[in-house]
Design a protein around this ligand. Structure first.
Ligand code: ADP
Ligand code: MG
Length: 389
């Protein structure tokens, strides 16, 4: 992977792929975390005398919906950089090319939502050519989009001198270290809702980790595979068979210990006002759903986390958005924050949880790319990263 330090940028126009796919509310940026995360790369490039052409997607436009314009992002970025940010009238085309040609060192032009171009997600060579023609060099700092071979992440990288941005480089280095040379014990905490999204990464951790701690709705396909009652719990049907195979693999020994909750917090519906009871055990009665891990499980998991040399956490331990069911996720977040080892948190909701508890700055690394971080840990090659070789 080529580094930013080795790329010649002075007096050049540099096309920077950023991940400005931020939540919007009432036409403004509701959470600017992703914009802030790109600032170190953008500031370094400006300091080194580059003119910046920024490219990002926002949401999934079907057409050129004006509500998915990057206008609010341009405004917020201008405030954060303390310099004007011009928004281009489109992604490519003569008018945009003219604006790019006129850019002076230090100036910033933001292209419109790159998914306004249907060729983006198809990695269309014509779009990659047109993007490449705007600039003299390419930097990719959008780790969250690196698992997709799109025109702005893969195609254009093959057409220009290129480098990884500082954020993307840190993501790849930190996550690669977890699988290649972790401080031991390596403890993976996997929660959230969908087993099928995360079963591949559980499979990898069964091979390389010392312990896997399962929480969230993730645990119910495992319980069902073991013959327990799950009541009305969210239990992904398609996850039961993969969960059974993971249990079998773990039972063979030689790999990671696979730990499941031994107590739960139940609700009679998915709501903050729901009836609530604690269950010492995991057989969920009819009319109830498991919405959090119980206090004994939280304590057990916290003890594992405290002893770990490396912790990777993806997926909350329960429905943490509902205050009565947040305690398990909070206990794990606090244990991760206090852990002496290297701690890495990935996944949109896990990041939201640790931020909500005010602990985000207490972890070694908060990954900005959920899907991309899982694919990298699974051992898959990310096309956006491969193209920066
Ligand atoms: P991440 O974004 O960190 O990868 P996921 O998207 O996989 O995490 O899962 C987060 C979602 O899972 C949250 O919305 C949370 O409410 C939900 N969830 C976790 N545990 C449960 C549960 N026991 N029952 C229902 N929903 C749950
Ligand atoms: Mg999520």
């Amino acid at each position: 992977m080529k580094t930013l330090a080795a790329l010649e940028v002075e007096g050049r126009r540099v096309l920077v792929r950023v991940d400005f796919n931020v939540p919007l509310k009432d036409g403004a940026v509701a959470d600017d975390t992703r914009i802030r995360a790109a600032l170190p790369t953008l500031e370094e490039l400006r300091r080194r005398g580059a003119a910046l052409i920024l490219v990002s997607h926002l949401g999934r436009p079907r057409d050129r919906e004006p509500q998915l314009s990057l206008r609010p992002v341009a405004d917020r970025l201008a405030e954060l950089l303390g310099t004007p940010v011009q928004l281009a009238p489109g992604v490519v085309g003569e008018e945009v090319a003219e604006l790019a040609r006129e850019l002076k060192p230090g100036e910033v032009l933001l292209l419109e939502n790159v998914r306004y171009e249907p060729g983006e997600t198809k990695n269309d060579p014509a779009l990659a050519d047109a993007l490449a023609h705007l600039a003299d060099a390419y930097v990719n700092d959008a780790f969250g989009a690196a698992h997709r071979a799109h025109a702005s992440t893969e195609g254009v990288a093959r057409r220009l001198p290129h480098a990884a941005g500082l954020l993307l480089e840190r993501e790849v280095t930190t996550l690669t270290r977890i699988v290649q040379q972790p401080e031991r014990p390596l403890v993976a905490i996997i929660g959230g809702a969908k087993v099928t999204d995360k079963i591949a990464v559980i499979g990898r951790f069964l091979e390389i980790a010392d312990a896997i701690l399962i929480g969230g709705a993730m645990c119910f396909p495992f319980f069902k595979a073991q013959g327990h009652e799950v009541g009305d719990s969210l239990c992904e049907e398609a996850g039961i068979e993969p969960a059974r195979r993971a249990l079998e693999q773990a039972a063979k020994g030689g790999g990671a210990r696979l730990e499941l909750p031994n107590d739960l917090v139940l609700g009679d519906r998915f709501a903050a006002e729901a009836g609530r009871r604690e269950l010492d055990g995991v057989d969920v009665p009819a009319g109830w759903m498991g919405l959090d891990v119980g206090p004994r499980t939280a304590e057990r998991y916290a003890a594992e986390i405290a002893k770990a040399g490396t912790v990777f956490w993806n997926g909350p331990m329960g429905a943490f958005e509902l205050a009565p069911f947040a305690a398990g996720t909070r206990a794990v977040a606090e244990a991760v924050a206090q852990a002496p080892g290297t701690t890495v948190v990935g996944g949109g909701d896990s990041a939201a949880a640790i931020t909500q508890f005010g602990l985000a700055d207490r972890v070694t690394h908060l990954s900005t790319g959920g899907g991309a971080s899982l694919e990298l840990l699974e051992g898959r090659q990310l096309p956006g990263v491969e193209a920066l070789a």
